[in-house]
Design a protein around this ligand. Structure first.
Ligand SMILES: C[S@@+](CC[C@H](N)C(=O)[O-])C[C@H]1O[C@@H](n2cnc3c(N)ncnc32)[C@H](O)[C@@H]1O
Length: 704
């Protein structure tokens, strides 16, 4: 589904909040305008579907009551800009839906009052994503919103669980709205469902199969309908329902292999591979020669092996990526880690065994990640997917709703099933999204190519990785292959140590980066680097800012290429770099990164490289490594660059620039005739590239 972001409509100033409007549009006017809108509707199946992303400051809770507990009121009693707590409405759609950011229908109550009903955040898999004319719905605790003009109002439903499609025979439907069942017999309903299936109208097919099941008491009639509904639910990705249907279709006979097979596929869709394996094994016992079961069974075993061993064929994973292939069929390897209370905040992730620098910490398949890499659409697409999955697969709620929500006030009923649907609070979903999602390039490896740094990133949710707290000098590093997140240790880690990641590449200045953390995640970082830098007086910070700005101005914020940089300019930058170095107090920065010095030193490396001054390249490249927090010797000492990951202490900052610097060092040592040093640096660069990209890859990618 293509997604565009809709701007939330603003509350009007014209309505008298809390009052029953003195004038509102009548049925005829509403219907006429609606018909005009319907004519303009883009009905092409690939028309981009807008998403109304919630604004957290407008948050209100989802209804947790059953419609049967609420006082049913007529439309004429709705009050402007009011959440009608304790109340509900029951209305019939008297128009086709206009589908935009939501689905708007003209509805009528039992007294003949008409109004507009806008339903947002329904998944395409739900019949409520466009209520068919004639259907009767209940809206729980509705909000009545003014649309700008004095007499223009709309019932606005943000939480998907606040609206319920009522079965035609539901006794709660008032007499005058009741048509009686449109189709009389269970067979009629089944036939209608079959027809809807053939027309690929899967939500309607599920609805009609459900009516057929309700209309029959005959187990022999019902079993194949459960099988059919399981099949449709599998297509819709409603795996919880598909599994329940598949298991309900069992008759106790040898044909039950199909029930276990479908249930196994549904469990696979939920990434519950152990359960899927058990179900598929039963299917295979009942039908050992069936090739489809054998194939699914083998696939499931492969996932379990990945979960168990963490052995992945990374080159094959990279090779399988394509514009429409970003969701990789792989299991998650999480056993090196465990979730526990953190001294920093809430829960965190901890090492479950000793890890060496470079080891895989964990590999996690995205819980949810849309294939949407357009920056302007990525957030809305993830939000929409989260809502859809929580509605369609309530068993996911346990994982997703357990995540940190930034202090959102919960009712405690989110995820509970009321009136047959899971309570989904869209503001809570958005709060969780903002605090826990990651940006992911389609491939971090590809992203290290200078030629393809285009900023295209999807947003996704990896619930295990989300448990990790932030640290500017983190001991792990993440990378992506499609929707797989690979976390590797940047240094040796002891069992029981808390694992940290950088939430975003850290900004150079301590105050700037902490403002970013505060605004985005509501915390101030207390890592060794931030703690130390916060001890440095403000005047020194100001001095460092001033000097860095002077270097950036002198160099126009660019890096030298292969061109010859004039001596005078190099001397000027060198002078400023020295002053900047002096502006880093020894007692503050001992053993810590000096982020302000990285740009000037990198610039000097490039400038001297252009002049083929290899000795100077070595000198400044060592400084770059030092400024990333790595332990490097004085120029003259013999050292082993391969040990920088294991012997540099606990405050190193790993990035692709470290890899690039090690390569440049290797090249300079080679030119100076220091073969062994060149080899060691090249090896250290290769090792670093594994941390950065997640797997062993050819370093020449960095040149392309
Ligand atoms: C994705 S959650 C991390 C897991 C979280 N600790 C939990 O209990 O689920 C992100 C939130 O953790 C907190 N957090 C992360 N790193 C932190 C740190 N270094 N210091 C304090 N709070 C931190 C912030 O409140 C942030 O919004």
């Amino acid at each position: 589904m293509a997604v565009v972001v809709a701007t939330p409509t603003m509350a009007s100033t014209k309505a008298n909040p809390g009052a029953v409007p003195s004038r509102r549009l009548g049925k005829e006017e509403l219907t006429k305008t609606h018909k005009a809108h319907l004519k303009k509707q883009d009905n092409s199946p690939h028309a981009p579907r807008a998403v109304k992303q919630p604004v957290l400051s407008d948050a209100y809770p989802a209804s947790t009551k059953s419609i049967r507990e609420l006082e049913i009121i007529p439309l004429s009693e709705l009050r402007a800009e009011t959440h009608h707590r304790g109340k509900g409405i029951i209305v019939k759609a008297i128009s086709a839906p206009f589908v935009g950011a939501g689905a708007v229908s003209i509805v009528e109550d039992e007294f003949g009052n008409a109004d507009k009903l806008a339903i947002y955040n329904q998944a395409d898999s739900s019949i409520l994503s466009g209520v068919p004319e004639g259907c009767v719905v209940a809206v729980k605790e509705p909000y009545y919103k003014n649309n700008g003009a004095e007499d223009d109002f709309m019932i606005c439903v943000d939480h998907p669980s606040d609206v319920i499609l009522l079965r035609f025979t539901d006794p709660i439907i008032p007499e005058s709205l009741r048509l009686g069942p449109l189709l009389k017999t269970a067979e009629d309903w089944r036939n209608a469902a079959d027809r809807a299936f053939i027309e690929k109208d899967f939500p309607t097919s599920v609805f009609c199969y459900s009516e057929a099941l309700e209309a029959s008491e005959d187990a022999a009639f019902k079993a194949p309908i459960h099988t059919k509904r399981a099949g449709v639910n599998l297509i819709l990705g409603r795996y919880d329902a598909a599994k329940a249907d598949a298991l309900a279709s069992r008759t106790g006979g040898p044909q039950d292999w199909k029930a276990y097979y479908n249930a196994g596929r549904a469990a696979y869709g939920l990434c519950s591979y152990t359960e899927s394996h058990t179900l598929l094994t039963t299917a295979l016992d009942l039908n050992p020669t069936n090739a489809n079961i054998q194939k699914e069974h083998a696939r499931c075993q492969a996932r379990l092996r990945e979960e168990e061993t963490g052995a992945y064929d990374f080159p094959a994973m990279h090779a399988s990526l394509g514009p429409h292939a970003v969701h990789l069929d792989r299991g998650s390897f999480l056993r090196n880690t465990r979730v526990a209370e953190s001294a920093h905040h809430g829960r965190g992730l901890f090492a479950a065994r000793d890890l060496r620098a470079g080891d895989v910490v964990f590999v996690e398949k995205a819980t949810l990640m849309p294939n949407q890499y357009e920056p302007a659409r990525a957030s809305a697409a993830l939000y929409a997917l989260m809502v859809r999955q929580l509605c369609d697969n309530p068993s996911l709620a346990g994982h997703v709703l357990g995540l940190y929500d930034g202090g959102y006030e919960r009712s405690g009923e989110e995820g509970a099933v009321v009136d047959g649907v899971a309570v989904v609070d869209v503001f809570l979903v958005e709060a969780i999204r903002t605090k826990n999602c990651f940006s992911a390039p389609r491939s971090t490896l590809e992203d290290t190519r200078p030629s393809v740094r285009d900023g295209r990133q999807a947003k996704g949710l990896w619930v295990h990785a989300s448990r990790m707290n932030h640290n500017c000098v983190a001991n792990t590093m993440r990378s992506f292959v499609g929707d797989m997140l690979i976390s590797r240790a940047t240094r040796d880690i002891k069992e029981g140590e808390e694992l940290f990641q950088q939430y975003v590449p850290v900004k150079t200045m301590v105050d700037v980066r902490n403002k970013q953390f505060k605004d985005g995640w509501g915390f101030e970082c207390a890592c060794v680097l931030c703690t130390a830098e916060n001890r440095s007086p403000e005047a020194m910070l100001a001095k460092r800012k001033e000097l860095l700005a002077a270097v950036e101005k002198l160099c126009s914020k660019k890096m030298p290429g292969r061109e010859l940089i004039p001596d005078a300019k190099i001397r000027s930058v060198d002078r400023l770099a020295k002053q900047l170095e002096e502006a880093h107090e020894k007692d503050v920065y001992e053993g810590l990164p000096r982020l302000t010095l990285i740009y000037p030193c990198n610039w000097l490396v490039a400038a001297h490289r252009g002049r083929k001054n290899h000795g100077k390249v070595v000198k400044y490249a060592l400084k770059v490594l030092r400024n990333f927090g790595f332990k490097v010797p004085d120029e003259s000492e013999v050292w082993d660059p391969r040990e920088i990951y294991t012997k540099s202490g606990n405050a190193t900052l790993m990035t692709v620039h470290v890899v690039a610097t090690l390569r440049t060092l290797a090249e300079a040592y080679e030119a100076l005739g220091h073969k062994e040093m060149a080899e060691r640096c090249a090896e250290a660069a290769e090792f670093g590239y594994v941390l950065v990209t997640g797997s062993k890859n050819d370093l020449t990618t960095l040149d392309k």
